[in-house]
Design a protein around this ligand. Structure first.
Ligand SMILES: [Fe+2]
Length: 180
């Protein structure tokens, strides 16, 4: 699959961050958390991960900088507020650069609710992301490499949904149904 470019490029073309499907699930999650997004917010959702293009890893030094390209683009179109919205969508990026996580961060996390294992895992496998994610999960003690991919995905879902739920309860009037 390496003929399709770096792991970040493959992720956008047919992997976990597939450029049509992933933003669609984030849009649904945003709607659930905050109500329907505005046009500007929808554009931010559409382009938030474009910075993965050409990235040599997902969670390493290179991949961690992925919010910058999308932020630059929407910043030029709509201004600083939207630049920050995209820049703060990655919690790791926000922590490293001492900026606040944005509303897009929680919608991004909740979006995994709309992923079914048989849609998600084949994409993650084909792009090569699965190998990286499992290695990182093993190293950090999140889940041992001997567990199945489906067990890993279930645990990942649980973690991401509880983070989104935590934040969701701070957003007035939000009721989350996290039984996915
Ligand atoms: Fe995303």
């Amino acid at each position: 699959m390496k003929m399709f470019g770096s792991i970040g490029t493959r992720s956008l073309l047919f992997g976990v961050h597939q450029f049509l499907w992933h933003p669609f699930t984030v849009w649904l999650a945003w709607k659930e958390l905050y109500g329907p997004p505005s046009w500007n917010e929808t554009v931010c959702i559409a382009f938030h991960d474009i910075g993965y293009w050409g990235k040599k890893n997902m969670d390493g030094c290179d991949g961690l900088r992925h919010p910058e390209a999308g932020a630059e683009l929407v910043g030029r179109m709509f201004g600083e507020e939207y630049r920050q919205l995209v820049l703060g969508h990655s919690r790791s990026y926000a922590q490293i650069h001492k900026i606040s996580s944005s509303k897009l961060c929680w919608a991004d996390k909740l979006s995994i609710k709309y992923e079914l294992w048989w849609i998600y895992l084949p994409r993650a496998w084909a792009s090569g992301e699965l190998k990286e994610y499992r290695a990182v999960a093993d190293q950090t003690g999140f889940i041992d490499k001997n567990n199945s991919h489906r067990t890993w995905l279930n645990k990942l879902k649980e973690q991401m949904l509880s983070q989104a739920k935590e934040e969701g309860t701070k957003v007035k009037g939000v009721e989350l149904e996290l039984s996915a």
